[in-house]
Write a protein that binds this ligand. Structure first.
Ligand code: KG4
Ligand code: ZN
Length: 357
């Protein structure tokens, strides 16, 4: 079985082709550079750029895979959540292809793409515990199967990636901020500043990053006349702030993960894997901390290769393939969804509950 996946929900225009033998036949990603000027993604610019490039990206995916469009079994597209103008572009391209080729269309939740891609690259089995940390989301979930999730906790304000991006912006490190914060943190002193751990000991698996971000802002403001726009900090101080922020943000995540692990072990005794996914999963410091936690708790840690942590077509193709294998196919009038919680889909059998085989 061969599936084409299309991703266009934020600032990456991507397409990839994967097979049920866990082969990545091709992958093409275009990261839009246009947003760097603005310090964040501009939805209108993103949508226009997706429109300009999507046909070429899909054509390249077929070319690199050395297969013809007629050789695929289904077309999958990230159909939400995300910046709706971009999502519409990818979904329309996928539907047009599906119609022209007379192949099934599979609407994939972008978050499900992140959530399942480790099953393509590692031997991860259902059920598993997942930390999903991206620019827009921060959740701890039990993944029981395609479309079947139990959410154990979520952020009540900023997503983890968003917090990295905001700290980077305050320190004038550019966008996206996560990779730059990680780079500077590597040369900083992570014990220099004491930062708060929001929601620590709250008794649930929820997270919060806004207080942490404010604490960073206060440190930066303390350097000058209080006008953060004007301040350019010495490189050593920037590195120390990044290191302290990264350490504290990861401690917050690990603290709640530890609680989630207890729940997971008790309620899903057959589960053995703990997985991290989403753009922030590219953070090597976080990966190392999760590896240590998994070792301590007797779980197997898995993370996608770095290039498959941030948005890509492979994860959409793979999630589409898993859904298609289950018989989940969508109508061509499926409406792209700006919001689409991962745990909103009722568990379903193929051919039932509005899902057609
Ligand atoms: O999953 P993704 O590519 O897009 C969304 O679905 O949001 O995640 C992008 C987010 C950005 O906030 C970016 O700063 C963050 O992932 N990110 C990182 C790293 N690489 C990307 N955060 C921390 N450390 C990194 N190395
Ligand atoms: Zn994403």
């Amino acid at each position: 079985m061969i599936v084409l996946g299309i991703e266009s929900s934020c600032d990456e225009t991507a397409a990839a082709i994967v097979s049920d033998k866990k082969e990545i036949l091709s992958e093409v990603v275009l990261s839009q550079e246009e947003h760097k000027l603005f310090g964040g993604v501009v939805p209108e610019i993103a949508a226009r750029s997706h429109l300009d490039h999507i046909d070429d990206i899909i054509a390249q995916a077929f070319e690199r895979a050395k297969i013809k469009p007629k050789d695929i079994d289904a077309v999958a597209a990230a159909s939400g959540p995300g910046l709706i103008g971009g999502v519409v572009v990818g979904v329309m391209a996928a539907k047009a292809l599906a119609l022209a080729l007379n192949k099934p269309f599979v609407a994939v939740n972008h978050l499900e793409g992140h959530a399942l891609v480790s099953r393509l690259t590692n031997d991860v089995e259902y059920p598993y515990l997942l930390l999903l940390v991206s620019g827009g989301h921060c959740q701890i979930l039990v993944v029981k199967g395609p479309g079947d999730y139990q959410r154990l906790g979520t952020t009540i304000d900023d997503a983890a990636g968003e917090a990295f991006d905001k700290v980077a912006k305050m320190l004038k490190l550019g966008y996206p901020g996560g990779p730059m914060v990680e780079k500077m943190a590597a040369i900083g002193d992570e014990n220099r500043f004491c930062l708060p751990h929001p929601l620590k000991g709250s008794g649930d698996c929820n997270l919060s990053f806004s207080g942490l971000k404010t604490a960073v802002r206060k440190i930066i403001e303390s350097y000058g006349n209080g006008d953060i726009e004007e301040q350019v900090l010495p490189r050593k101080d920037v590195a120390d702030i990044c290191a302290c922020f990264q350490k504290t943000a990861c401690e917050c995540l690990l603290d709640k993960l530890e609680m989630a692990i207890e729940y997971f072990k008790k309620n899903y005794p057959k589960g053995k894997d703990i997985v991290v996914a989403g753009g922030v999963a590219a953070n090597v410091y976080l990966r190392e901390k999760m590896q240590n936690l998994a070792n301590k708790k007797g779980l197997v840690f898995a993370a996608p290769p770095l290039r498959l942590c941030t948005d890509n077509g492979v994860m959409i193709a793979w999630a589409g393939l898993e859904r298609f294998q289950k018989g989940f196919v969508d109508d061509l009038d499926f409406k792209p969804r700006p919001r689409w919680p991962l745990d909103s889909e009722a568990p379903k059998a193929a051919g039932a509950g509005g899902v057609k085989a």
